[in-house]
Design a protein around this ligand. Structure first.
Ligand code: F0G
Length: 460
């Protein structure tokens, strides 16, 4: 008998435990955001209705992950939970050394403390903010070499996360001796959650071979990237996502990982590599800053949850729903005339705030203006990915970022379609008033990673 086909793609789970949402009024939110100095990171989460600040650590764990937590073994050294975790990682990323850390930036810190340093240059398609900060904290220069389409919000290139191979070759031939490793971020978060093609990864690998450089993946959203390869790249439509992930891993010499993303953890990460000498050096730092190499800043129960989460991250039903439900939000905004970065990314929809509020100069932070308005109008918390995040440079100067985006990041398995329908309505209302939004100025900021703690005031 023929399998009947339906067009609705629904959540491949049902809800087992619920968390209350706290309703609020616009007047209350106006007070909350003013007290937070117009920095949404400074809000109390209970004052947020729909939290799209990040997809990091905010996912709902499954029944099987909660069950796995009961197997957690909290031995200081040699915990069986570590071996369960290591095996689950190595089934997808068969590197010789898997070093657990408490989250992605700890892996970055350990790696760049070992391979970075003054005079060094690290190329990436686009460094995430913590990656850039850790490269720079070592004294090295972080260079973003995404293809030109990756910086054009309207380009519909299917793999806007791709590395610009000519630019990478240019850097390697000019400053090869100073490059300790090449990094590729999958998917390219700061560039709109855009995927990197397998063909491009093969191209990067060839250049790394030619210049004798190791290739590291920043692999937080590896499964979403692999799903895009399956959907968009010629010849991969029938492959198992696990198989695509193995091919991606096989092209690299190591990886940094925030397990708070695709691996469905509320905390966790790892650093992995084949290089025995470097691994020893990294484990030595790990013991100083994170913990013993068989737990590395995590509890045994966290390691168990991640091992189970990894098996769920690569399930096709889940990924089909995940990518489709993000696109649902993006397409609805497009239909309502809200400018969004296209194609729609994997974990988030990015509103083009510069296009939505063209009356604001980039140095008046259009992304901040739109994020504050989304909170005030509807209690939706988003994050600015633009001039606030990337505009200030280590030498103290400030320039506009290449794009001013507002990211609506979708926590995994948390919100239903009606939550998202509400988000669509709020965005539409903000877009109607976008030409009247005030710009912002920064009245106080730290030296690095200013977006987390800077204080703003509206320019009236
Ligand atoms: N790399 C990428 C591409 C990321 O998106 C993140 C975190 C990290 C590294 C660092 O990982 O947070 O576990 O230390 N991104 C989060 C976000 C915070 O909201 O996009 P971490």
């Amino acid at each position: 008998m023929d399998e009947p086909t339906y067009t609705t793609i629904f959540e491949p789970f049902r809800i087992h435990s619920v968390e209350p949402l706290r309703m609020s009024t616009r007047a209350e939110r106006r007070g909350h955001v003013e007290r937070a100095s117009y920095n949404l990171f400074q809000l109390r989460a209970e004052h947020v209705l729909i939290d799209l600040l990040t997809d990091s650590g905010t996912g709902a764990m499954s029944r099987d992950q909660w069950a796995a937590i009961q197997h957690g073994d909290e031995s200081y050294a040699g915990s069986p939970s570590f071996y369960v975790f290591e095996e689950a990682v190595r089934e997808l990323f068969p590197f010789r050394h898997v070093i657990p850390v408490h989250q992605g930036r700890a892996a970055e810190k350990i790696l760049f403390s070992a391979v970075g340093g003054p005079t060094k240059v690290v190329p990436n398609n686009t460094h995430f903010d913590t990656t850039r900060a850790n490269v720079e904290a070592s004294g090295a220069l972080a260079v973003d070499l995404v293809i030109p389409e990756g910086k054009d919000p309207a380009s519909d290139h299917p793999f806007k996360g791709n590395m610009d191979l000519a630019a990478l070759e240019g850097l390697l031939s000019a400053r090869g001796d100073d490059v300790p490793c090449v990094m590729v971020t999958v998917t390219n978060n700061s560039g709109g959650g855009q995927p990197v093609s397998l063909e491009n990864l093969h191209g990067v690998r060839r250049l790394c071979n030619r210049y004798g450089k190791p290739l590291y993946l920043d692999a937080c959203r590896f499964a979403e990237n692999a799903w895009f390869i399956r959907e968009r790249e010629e010849g991969h439509g029938e492959r198992d996502v696990r198989d695509i992930v193995l091919e991606m891993a096989g092209l690299a010499d190591g990886m940094t990982m925030s397990a708070k993303k695709d691996p469905m953890g509320n905390i966790g990460g790892w650093l992995a590599m084949d290089d025995d000498v470097l691994a020893q050096q990294c484990r030595n730092t790990l013991i100083l800053t994170e913990g013993f190499p068989t737990y590395g800043g995590l509890a045994g129960r966290d390691l168990e949850a991640l091992a189970q989460g990894l098996t769920e991250a690569v399930a096709h039903d889940y990924l089909r729903y995940r990518i489709r439900s993000t696109a649902y939000l993006g397409e609805a905004l497009q239909e309502r005339g809200v400018p969004v970065l296209t194609p729609i990314g994997g974990h988030a929809v990015y509103v083009d705030a510069r296009a939505l509020a063209p009356h604001l100069d980039p140095l008046q932070y259009p992304g901040q203006a739109v994020s504050v308005a989304l909170y005030e109008m509807g209690g939706i918390r988003t994050s600015e990915i633009g001039t606030v995040m990337f505009g200030r440079h280590p030498d103290g100067t400030e320039t506009p970022a290449s794009m001013d985006l507002v990211r609506l990041a979708i926590p995994r398995r948390v919100y239903t379609q009606s939550h998202i329908d509400y988000v669509i309505e709020v965005c539409e209302k903000v877009a109607e008033q976008a030409d009247r939004l005030p710009g912002y100025r920064i009245v106080d900021e730290p030296k690095a990673l200013r977006h987390f703690t800077a204080a703003f005031e509206p320019i009236r």
